[in-house]
Write a protein that binds this ligand. Structure first.
Ligand SMILES: Cc1cc2nc3c(=O)[nH]c(=O)nc-3n(C[C@H](O)[C@H](O)[C@H](O)COP(=O)(O)O)c2cc1C
Length: 451
């Protein structure tokens, strides 16, 4: 034992160096492990993500309210669109709450299509991920909450662990949303969740109504004007929607695109009268188009439709594509553009017959002649032996369209999902290639309000 007690300075130095080297050999892996642990903890304490995929904004609004509830409990939260989530984010985050709606036949809304195509077709290891799904849908569709269910199933297959069972919301059911809120409060350990109630319906007055397509082979289409019963006109932007609660079915409000801008002083809607097989009219459209008298009170509320607003596209050339009652949302944008003195607008519109179905035709032609609607291309499907649709015109105009897009144009599509929206999307993919179409969508330069 005494052997190591020495006064030989060289031996002492060597021994000390040995201890230091040994210490370092032990310390370095320990430091590395500590840094790694700290890194992992960092990913976890960075906070939660609330990811939404929403077409007309219900889901986006609920995602914001979800985040507000968590923040109130002191939890750091980031809100993003589902398609902004990458593999790295999924693998580096411990808690994600998904708020997703369903479109088409059980499909993802546009804001989730990228995620579905890019990630849900693959296998990823996500055992560290704890998640919950709020699925929005409508039981009237066969694939009720189809996309929310598919997302939940995929996450489970990747080993992710649900914080609680998926909650399915039928047509904005307050009960199901209440259940989600309760689960959040439980997770966040708070009982003072902020009020989630949507803005109340306000009384508006039916100020004017006229049929736009008298003599049409199709169902009657009405132009409807509304003003608030009391107070000033609330603000909105072109692209936004209204919800109308008809007296016959106040629990299931109907959504319509706003066809005017605040400078018009009124909310304009374009409503197609629905007729069922037995001859009866649709509850909401029958009431708005026929039963309600001029001066009647209409329960209405405005809804922001962020995905279809002009926003940063206000300065770009605009290609507007639509059919039928889809002209409503496009007219809102045209009125906003003309008010702003921006004339680089191209409208491609399709209906059945030129004689009866060019809604707002006089106005459109006047804008065209005044140079505020640079191009106006019309497709009347039944005016010639072969059927011609707006997507056919789009294909025929491919070189001009490519030039507009090269000049920075954004493309807005409004109207029916069946036939038109799919046909237009296929035409765009043929003209530009799928990658460019997806890039345009990712830049917010390809936006759709389709139903
Ligand atoms: C054209 C269209 C197709 C739809 N398809 C479905 C569907 O297949 N399954 C479903 O549950 N809901 C479907 N819905 C209902 C929406 O998911 C529901 O209205 C939801 O609340 C919309 O939320 P969002 O505003 O966040 O997109 C569809 C709605 C529209 C307009």
């Amino acid at each position: 034992m005494t052997d190591i007690v020495t006064h030989d300075t060289t031996r002492l130095a060597l021994t000390a160096a040995g201890f230091v080297a040994y210490g370092l050999t032990c310390l370095v892996p320990w430091l590395r492990a500590r840094r790694k642990r700290a890194g992992q903890a960092g990913a976890g304490t960075e906070g939660w993500i609330v990811a939404h995929a929403s077409q007309t904004g219900n889901g986006a609004e609920l995602a914001e309210q979800t985040a507000a509830t968590l923040r109130l409990a002191g939890i750091g939260v980031r809100v993003c669109e589902l398609s902004d989530l990458t593999q790295q984010v999924l693998q580096g985050t411990e808690r994600i709450l998904f708020v997703v709606s369903t479109y088409g036949e059980g499909d993802a809304p546009d804001a989730g299509a990228g995620f579905a195509g890019r990630l849900m077709t693959r296998r990823l290891a996500l055992p560290h991920l704890h998640y919950a799904v709020l699925a929005l849908g409508d039981r009237a569709y066969t694939q009720f909450c189809g996309f929310g269910r598919a997302l939940d199933a995929w996450l489970r297959e990747q080993g992710a662990q649900p914080l609680f069972d998926r909650i399915e919301v039928d047509r904005s059911s307050a009960q199901a949303i209440g259940q989600w809120r309760q689960q959040l409060s439980h997770l966040a350990g708070t009982s003072d969740a902020p009020d989630w109630s949507a803005p109340a319906f306000a009384p508006w007055r039916l100020a004017a109504r006229r049929q736009l397509n008298a003599g049409s082979a199709g169902a009657p289409v009405y132009h409807v004007e509304l003003v608030p019963v009391e107070g000033a006109l609330p603000p909105w932007q072109s692209g936004d929607l209204v919800q109308v609660a008809a007296p016959g079915d106040p629990e299931r409000p109907r959504e319509y695109s706003i066809a005017s801008v605040p400078a018009d002083g009124r909310v304009h809607l374009l409503v197609r009268l629905h007729r069922h097989g037995d001859g009866s009219t649709g509850v909401a459209s029958g009431w708005l188009c026929e039963q309600a008298k001029i001066g009647a009170t209409v329960a209405l509320r405005l809804r922001q439709h962020r995905r279809f607003r002009l926003e940063e596209n206000a300065a770009r050339p605009l290609v507007l594509v639509g059919n039928g009652s889809g002209i409503a949302g496009l007219r809102g944008h045209l009125r906003a553009r003309i008010q702003a003195g921006q004339g680089r607008n191209w409208l491609l519109f399709g209906e059945r017959n030129a004689l009866h179905d060019l809604h707002y035709g006089q106005e459109l032609h006047a804008w065209h002649e005044a140079g505020m609607l640079e191009r106006l291309d019309l497709a009347f499907s039944r005016d010639q032996p072969e059927r011609v649709y707006v997507q056919d015109v789009l294909r025929r105009q491919a070189p001009a369209l490519a030039e507009w897009v090269r000049q920075g144009a954004a493309i807005y599509v409004c109207g029916s999902l069946d036939g038109m929206a799919g046909g237009v999307d296929a035409a765009l993919r043929d003209i530009f290639g799928a990658d460019q179409v997806e890039a345009l969508a990712a830049q917010g330069r390809y936006r759709r309000d389709v139903y």
